[in-house]
Design a protein around this ligand. Structure first.
Ligand SMILES: NC(=O)c1ccc[n+]([C@@H]2O[C@H](COP(=O)([O-])OP(=O)(O)OC[C@H]3O[C@@H](n4cnc5c(N)ncnc54)[C@H](O)[C@@H]3O)[C@@H](O)[C@H]2O)c1
Length: 390
């Protein structure tokens, strides 16, 4: 038997299919009813295609729509997972909220701050439950770090994320028909992705906010552009990003993000410095901190000060477990009327998105320090908030 919460999903592409997998599992566990799917391209709704990606899928009780609005108007869903490219939003989130439909918005919620403010206003006015797809907040180890730091001041964090430009064949939007990249890898294209910091580095930005229970106050960024002659084949997003965030409680966070093409290397390095310790993500997540009277008569060994914050093994915080975790928490938060199960809301997530959008502005303005509150409110940044397509 399915659960009573009727869920619809808009955008059955790379990420949408991962969510359909979770929703199918949650339906088996009687947490939701997967009631509707929407996608403008009929092939993305065909059983034969979805079955290639989703174990245990059956379209038997699912109504198919070719647009989000048709789903919104149908009255068949209580909550919608929006999983479309960020430059494709055209007021659907607002119209769903007006219909009192709960909103799960994949990140980035849009590429334009004025759209995000409009989406937030509609969600707030309707008072519907909302969340943004920062699934790393639902990783067991990252939750342990967040809880461990809850009585500590975070002075500095650094995340280095070494990635690469994706290959063709991963994306499902027919970008070639909409003036986008011919190989469909829209994440490598600035007009579609808003840069890799906006599209992907937003996860690292958000998790640093979660760990430190803090918000970004200002941003400075410098990017290394990809040589222009490579734009046709590799996309026009920068190759490397150096971003510094000043946090409201006074700490500083660094995000170094790399996206060369032809590299298949994925790597990472993280540290979190709090007043009296260094947190490292080893096989266990550990804090190096001396808890006796300080200074000690003799320097302790590293083993003496190694304190396990979260025992391993730890798997990817971007994997299947946390994807299921965020969807299940959101569904249960609605069914059980328990907002504490949501680890963010649309409104609380604006700081993460505004920060990565402000990183782009800072880079465009030669590394100018962009204060987030000014970016959101001040006339001097009005032109940067606008959606040029409206
Ligand atoms: N949280 C994560 O880990 C994660 C991972 C990947 C992607 N994402 C996000 O998910 C979103 C979708 O990315 P993707 O990788 O699945 O892209 P994709 O191109 O593979 O899939 C997008 C799907 O949306 C459909 N679509 C496009 N415009 C639409 C519209 N107006 N109405 C309805 N459907 C529409 C497309 O046909 C396609 O099937 C993006 O915001 C992306 O940043 C999040």
């Amino acid at each position: 038997m399915a659960g009573s919460l009727r869920v619809g999903l808009v955008g059955v592409g790379q990420r949408g299919l991962q969510h359909v997998q979770s929703l199918v599992e949650m339906q088996s566990d009687e947490i939701v009813q997967l009631a509707a799917l929407a996608d403008p391209y009929p092939e993305n709704l065909e059983d034969s295609k979805i079955n290639r990606f989703v174990e245990g899928y059956s379209s038997a009780n699912i109504t198919m729509f070719d647009s989000a609005d048709a789903m919104i108007e149908s009255g068949l869903v209580d909550a919608i997972w929006f999983v479309i490219p960020p430059n494709q939003h055209k007021g659907e989130i607002e119209r769903a909220a007006e219909r009192e439909i709960a909103i799960f918005a994949e990140k980035p919620q849009s590429l334009y701050l004025e759209d995000i403010i409009s989406q937030d206003a509609a969600i707030t006015k309707a008072g519907v439950p909302s969340t943004v797809g920062f699934q790393m907040r639902h990783d067991r180890g990252y939750i342990d770090i967040h809880n461990y730091l809850s009585d500590k001041w975070v002075a500095a964090m650094t995340m280095i994320a070494e990635g690469a430009v994706e290959g063709h064949g991963v994306k499902h939007t027919r970008t070639e028909e909409q003036g986008g990249p011919s190989n469909r890898v829209w994440t490598a294209n600035r007009a579609w992705s808003g840069t890799s910091i906006v599209e992907a580095g937003i996860h690292q930005t958000d998790i640093m906010r979660y760990w430190s229970d803090d918000d970004v106050e200002w941003v400075r960024a410098t990017y290394t552009d990809r040589p222009a002659e490579l734009h046709d084949t590799e996309g026009d997003n920068p190759i490397a990003y150096t971003v510094t965030y000043g946090m409201k409680k006074g700490g500083v966070a660094n995000l170094l993000f790399t996206k060369p093409a032809r590299s298949y290397y994925n790597g990472r390095f993280d540290y979190i410095i709090h007043t009296h310790g260094t947190i490292k993500l080893e096989d266990d997540f550990v804090d190096y901190t001396f808890e006796g009277d300080w200074p000690p008569a003799e320097n302790p060994t590293l083993a003496d000060v190694r304190k396990v914050v979260s025992p391993g093994p730890h798997y990817s915080a971007m994997g299947r477990d946390s994807t299921r975790g965020i969807s299940q928490s959101f569904a249960e938060s609605i069914s059980e009327n328990d907002p504490s199960k949501r680890l963010n809301s649309f409104n609380s997530s604006i700081n993460s998105l505004a920060s990565v959008l402000a990183a782009n502005i800072s880079n465009d303005l030669d590394g100018e320090k962009i204060v987030i509150d000014e970016f959101i409110n001040d006339h001097k940044y009005a032109q940067y908030r606008k959606n040029p397509n409206r």
